[in-house]
Design a binder for this molecule. Structure first.
Ligand code: 3H9
Length: 693
């Protein structure tokens, strides 16, 4: 049963029981209606309590149903809430732990609400690109007032129940046993008539027009490409300007409009993609994990320092190993500076700042890191250097320690082979700045132990990262794909574009940064180093030489004050560089290419479809477990626009046949040999299917 029915004296208790979070799917809604009917038909019952089993009152409507007709099947959530609101016996919501979305809307339909302290109360629909569609925008302002309700609805941020106890949302905060308190409350109000209803409350806000106009302006400026926040304002406005039933109808029409938008579909896709990414079919949830109490990092450079900060932020003491005292001192000083800057911005208290710095120490001796439960190597990206480090780690680290490499492209199986314990070796590819970026690519070697993988996935959660598992290949999921994207960006320069045109087109599409601004930030020498390796290993693959010419000019990017763009000291703004643009045009002439005007559409298609095509290879080879994992990598590590849901989801929305036809067209153009359609893409396109099922 997805809702249980019990009788406690004269009170009926309906307990939502639909793990994990008592989502209000069709079965649960039906069970609530049946239980309500039973209670209403029983003359011995004087009051009804609705609560939730397990770890939530309710997490809201079942989001999975939004893509199916189930969401519309009767009894709808409206029907359930109407039944509760029109009950002839008082209905009390007993709220604990999590009360969100449709769960809160159900509670608002009850006559009374009692709550345990610490419950998270929210209408988070906006984060899914929709708005509360079962009366939340009409009822919440009636209990919290216009301003507070609008803030909660537009931000979707949870508020703790104890902070709302002074409002009409709650009738009592119950310390101790919630059910006992709720039953006592129910008995107390059993005979009170008339039954209070939220819909009957008035919203008192004399100057509401000015407030709503101010809200529209503010929200519009913040909403970016997402339509939902402004619609939230419009729906809340209706709570003041329209009669209750008309407001409900208006809310419903906006909900239906939003639920069908690509933006909402993309956000819902990302919600589930994030959660499923941590699941590996052959590593069940009950796989034993190893304890991670202390950590070590090799290398105090930008990456090593950032990785160490991750451990400290999670309360895990970490030792950084360096070769030279000077480099260690420099690395530790940078970490201190980073924390102090965060503190100055008011994002960290002085105590927490010192506490975190205190968790990070340095050493020059391998023996000092031997007792650590995990060591993450973040040294120079060169197999010879990695070999020396892993041989040493194998010698000194305690048995059972996880030996992780932060390599961004190298063969993790080969790295593991430098040790006598390949089962303990795994790739943990952090993204720069490592203390900020959410993505952690977890590279599973052929011999990586299941417990090591399970531990690393759990660690990712503890470090507040999105862990995505990748198989071993050159560049793993993210960098292998970005290489194809960068190749196209290079070809576009040869054919007629300048860096700013490419960057602007891609940024207009929604990327946080275009390829050339990104390369300047990451350092152009990194790509140069990789290409030099490719020229030897894979001579058949073509690259534009423009980026090499740039590096030969010593323009490595922001760190040298010059890259594809010029930079001014202390300023990250990119200024077009005439000398670079001249070099690009000259190079085209040397290649005897007649430069042409290239449309923004072509730029975006060539860059994004290059990602999609390589993603399809990666999926087909089993390097990524699912298309949504690839999307997660790009959403959390490469600035792919969230409202487009990631490259694979985006390709699904464009239609794989359209993607593959565009690729065929580009294959006929200059540098067309770069377009070798992935068999999986061709197959799915022919079958009219999508990557994401
Ligand atoms: C809504 O209510 C619309 C109405 O206004 C109008 C309707 C007409 N549905 O996050 P976790 C699953 S829209 C389906 O890891 P936590 C989740 O996929 C809804 N599934 O746990 C995962 O599954 P699995 C408004 C859901 O403890 C598992 O629960 N509500 C839903 O860190 C655990 O999730 C929201 O937007 C759902 N509603 O956090 C709330 N919620 O185990 C969205 C969760 O298979 N949910 N799941 O991977 C959350 O914010 C968090 O999940 C929550 C728990 C805070 C509840």
């Amino acid at each position: 049963m997805t809702a249980e029915y019990q009788v406690k004296g004269a009170v009926a208790v309906i307990t939502l029981n639909n793990p994990p979070v008592n989502g209000l799917g069709f079965a649960t809604r039906s069970a609530v209606v049946a239980a309500m009917q039973t209670a209403l038909n029983d003359d011995a019952i004087k009051a009804i309590v609705i609560t939730g089993a397990g770890k939530a009152f309710s997490g809201g409507a079942d989001i999975k149903e939004f893509n199916s007709p189930m969401a519309l099947m009767e009894p709808s959530l409206h029907t359930v809430i109407n039944m509760v609101e029109n009950s002839t016996k008082p209905v009390i919501a007993a709220i604990h732990t999590v009360c969100m979305g449709g769960g809160l809307e159900l509670a608002l339909g009850c006559n009374y609400r009692v709550a345990a302290p610490g419950a998270q109360i929210a209408l988070p629909e906006v984060k899914l690109g929709i708005l509360p569609g079962a009366g939340g925008t009409q009822r919440l302002p009636r209990v919290l007032g216009l301003e507070m309700a609008l803030n909660m609805i537009v931000s979707g941020t949870p508020v703790l129940s104890e902070k709302l106890v002074q409002t009409a949302l709650f009738d009592a905060l119950i310390d101790g046993d919630l059910m006992q308190g709720a039953l006592a409350f129910a008995n107390q109000v059993a005979d009170v008539r008339p039954l209070p209803k939220v819909r009957d409350l008035k919203i008192d806000y004399p100057n509401y027009e000015a407030f709503l106009q101010f809200s529209r302006n503010t929200v519009k400026a913040m909403a970016g490409p997402f339509p939902a926040p402004l619609k939230c304002v419009e729906a809340v406005a209706a709570a003041v300007t329209k009669k209750f039933d008309d407001g409900m109808k208006f809310e419903r029409s906006l909900f239906i409009e939003l639920v069908q938008t690509t933006e909402s579909k993309a956000l819902r896709h990302a919600f589930f993609a994030e959660r499923i990414a941590g699941k590996v079919p052959d590593v069940p949830a009950d796989t034993p994990t190893r304890a991670i109490v202390t950590a070590a990092v090799i290398g105090a450079g930008t990456m090593g320092g950032g990785i160490a900060m991750n451990f400290a932020n999670a309360g895990i003491p970490v030792k950084i190993l360096e070769m030279k005292q000077e480099a260690l001192d420099k690395g530790l000083a940078t970490i201190r500076k980073n924390y102090e800057n965060t503190m100055k911005k008011g994002k960290l208290t002085p105590e927490k700042c010192e506490q975190r710095i205190g968790l990070i120490s340095g050493t020059l001796a391998y023996e000092d890191i031997a007792p650590a439960d995990i060591v993450v190597e973040a040294v120079f990206e060169d197999m010879g250097v990695k070999e020396a480090v892993f041989k040493k780690l194998d010698e000194v680290m305690k048995q059972g320690a996880i030996l992780a490499s932060n390599t961004s492209t190298l063969d993790v199986d080969k790295i593991a082979s430098f040790t006598k314990r390949p089962q303990d070796v795994i790739g943990t590819h952090f993204f720069s700045p490592a203390n900020v970026m959410k993505l952690l690519e977890i590279v599973r070697g052929a011999k990586t132990g299941k417990d090591v993988l399970a531990t690393t996935l759990a660690l990712a959660k503890k470090l507040k990262k999105t862990g995505v598992v990748s198989g071993v290949c050159d560049g793993f999921i993210g960098n292998r794909m970005i290489e194809q994207y960068s190749r196209q960006a290079g070809f576009l320069l040869e054919e007629g574009c300048l860096p700013e045109q490419v960057d602007q087109a891609v940024e207009k599409f929604g990327f946080a940064m275009g390829p050339f601004r990104m390369a300047d930030l990451a350092g152009n020498d990194i790509g140069w180093h990789i290409r030099k390796r490719r020229y030897i290993d894979k001579p058949e693959v073509t690259y534009s030489k423009t980026a090499d010419l740039l590096c030969e000019m010593g323009r490595f990017g922001q760190k040298t004050g010059a890259g594809w763009y010029d930079y001014k000291a202390g300023d990250r703004k990119a200024y077009p560089a005439q000398v670079v643009n001249d070099m690009i045009v000259k190079h085209s002439a040397e290649l005897r290419v007649e430069r042409r005007k290239i449309s923004d559409q072509e730029i975006v298609e060539r860059l994004v479809y290059a990602l999609v095509n390589e993603g399809a290879y990666i999926l087909d080879e089993g390097i990524a477990m699912r298309a949504s994992d690839i999307d997660m990598v790009y959403l959390t590590g490469y600035g792919f626009p969230l409202f487009r849901g990631g490259p694979m989801f985006y390709a699904d929305t464009v239609g794989l046949l359209n993607v593959s036809m565009a690729m065929e067209k580009y294959a006929k153009g200059r540098n067309g040999s770069a377009w070798k359609p992935a068999p999986l893409l061709v197959k799915l396109a022919a079958e009219g299917k999508t990557f994401n099922g």
